[in-house]
Design a protein. Structure first.
Length: 105
């Protein structure tokens, strides 16, 4: 192997390793979606689809109530997910619902 080929090979390996490390760092930085199995979500009756809320357990629930129109909701532009002040570090579905739902002013 000539010095030129070896140099190109090493530069390619270095660039690939750097790109892989950057991709993994971004993947770990992404916020996970909130699931109904999360202990806090379960305690508040969170469901990712408001039509799946337990109507017997939460009689004040209305299918017109969504995370996207809750006072605790912070939208993410162009996304079906959003932030909720009750679940820091996790994303909620805009069509979701929990018992802490509060109408926006």
């Amino acid at each position: 192997m000539s010095n030129s080929n070896r140099r190109v090979f090493l530069m390619t390996v270095a660039a690939g390793t750097t790109a892989l490390a950057a991709t993994q760092r971004m993947a770990f930085a992404a916020e996970p979606d909130l699931t109904s199995a999360d202990p806090q979500a379960a305690a508040l009756g969170y469901v990712p689809d408001t039509t799946k809320a337990d109507q017997k357990k939460y009689p004040k629930h209305a299918t017109s109530q969504h995370c996207s129109d809750c006072a605790l909701h912070t939208p993410i532009a162009g996304s079906q997910m959003s932030h909720c002040s009750l679940f820091p570090g996790k994303l909620v579905h805009n069509n979701g619902w929990c018992s802490a739902w509060a109408k926006q002013a």
